[in-house]
Design a protein around this ligand. Structure first.
Ligand code: NAP
Length: 301
């Protein structure tokens, strides 16, 4: 069994990003990322701090905007409009989840699609569906695909089963893996909470992706011998032995599943770091497109 080290692959991708940032700086351009956080959810605040830290380390101009939990829809939209108009900002990320008064979809639609480094704007979703190489694609599925490819795992002709059909992970990942060409050409099955005989479906996977949000849901009986398992889940499980009182765990029961696999991602240290690396890569690509500095056909290859 091979452990798929997302941290190491993410570091390599960050190196590539750093080189691109240097190239841009040589032309007087500094890629800029703005991360907007509404409220004080501790997990969201930690994610934002991490994104801010890594973007600074890579040489970006980083703007962290922290808004009060009572921020109105109009105030948040006004922030987005200001960032759309700011030429120093090439990427805008709205940290989820939003407080209940915020209609997130409407705010996402307010982001200039060229600055939508999360890839959630309908224009980018549409571009992904039609296979337009300029699509900005959601970072987590992009990170899963890249981790699979960088680990030398062949997707062409493979049966990939994705459990989870969210717009954040499952659906865009299915589109990425079924597209023609490198890192794609898979036969993709997407399962969800209404799927019948789930174990029969998942056991037939060459590559099984769990994006469910339930700690340890994928047990040994869900996995066929020799499968590759990608665990997207990040769940907090109460653990009094830990200083914070909880530990992070995936959607896969790692200890019992790992021995059946040929390769598996750990949690933490698998898909998580890849997500952040792809956010940085998307921001550089967005900057290259906006400043006319992009050379090539597809920023993802
Ligand atoms: P989500 O929007 O809640 O979607 C969960 C999906 O799992 C849904 O499609 C749901 O089916 C399906 N599901 C739930 N219970 C199921 C069951 N018993 N059997 C089969 N399918 C079931 O979650 P998400 O945003 O995609 O996130 C999924 C997980 O990934 C979470 O743990 C999240 O924290 C993690 N995540 C990690 C990263 C990262 O960087 N590593 C990034 C994003 C998310 P229905 O559609 O039928 O409800």
């Amino acid at each position: 069994m091979k452990l798929l080290d997302g941290k190491a692959v993410a570091e390599r991708i960050n190196e590539e990003t750093r080189r691109k940032v240097e190239e841009l700086k040589g032309r007087g351009i500094i890629p800029g990322l703005a991360v907007v956080l509404v409220g004080d959810d501790p997990a969201s605040a930690a994610y934002v701090r991490n994104k801010d830290k890594i973007s600074r380390e890579l040489g970006f101009y980083s703007q962290k905007i922290e808004l009060d939990v009572a921020t109105t829809q109009q105030e948040l939209l006004a922030t987005v409009i200001r960032l759309n108009a700011n030429p120093a900002v090439h990427g805008i990320l709205l940290q989820s989840p939003q407080p209940p008064q915020i209609k997130e979809e409407e705010v996402v639609r307010g982001i200039n699609p060229e600055k939508d480094v999360d890839g959630f704007h309908p224009i980018n979703v549409g571009k992904l569906v039609i296979g337009d190489p300029t699509a900005l694609v959601p970072c987590t599925p992009l990170g899963c695909q890249r981790l699979i490819a960088e680990s030398g795992i062949e997707t062409s002709g493979a049966h990939v089963v994705i459990v989870g059909r969210s717009m954040l992970v499952g659906k865009p990942l299915a589109l990425l893996l079924m597209r023609k060409g490198k890192g794609g050409d898979a036969t993709v099955t997407v399962a969800h909470s209404r799927s019948r005989n789930l174990q029969d479906i998942t056991r037939r996977a060459d590559i099984l992706v769990a994006a469910i949000g339930k700690a340890g849901f994928i047990r040994s009986e869900f996995v066929g011998e020799g499968a590759v398992v990608i665990d997207v889940g990040i769940n907090r499980v109460v653990d009094p032995a830990k200083p914070r009182g909880y530990r992070l765990t995936g959607d896969v029961a790692f200890d019992e599943v790992a021995p059946k696999t040929t390769a598996i991602t750990p949690v933490p240290g698998g898909v998580g770091p890849m997500t952040v690396a792809m956010l940085m890569a998307n921001t550089v690509a967005a900057c290259q497109y906006q400043t006319g500095s992009f050379v090539g056909r597809d920023h993802r290859s």
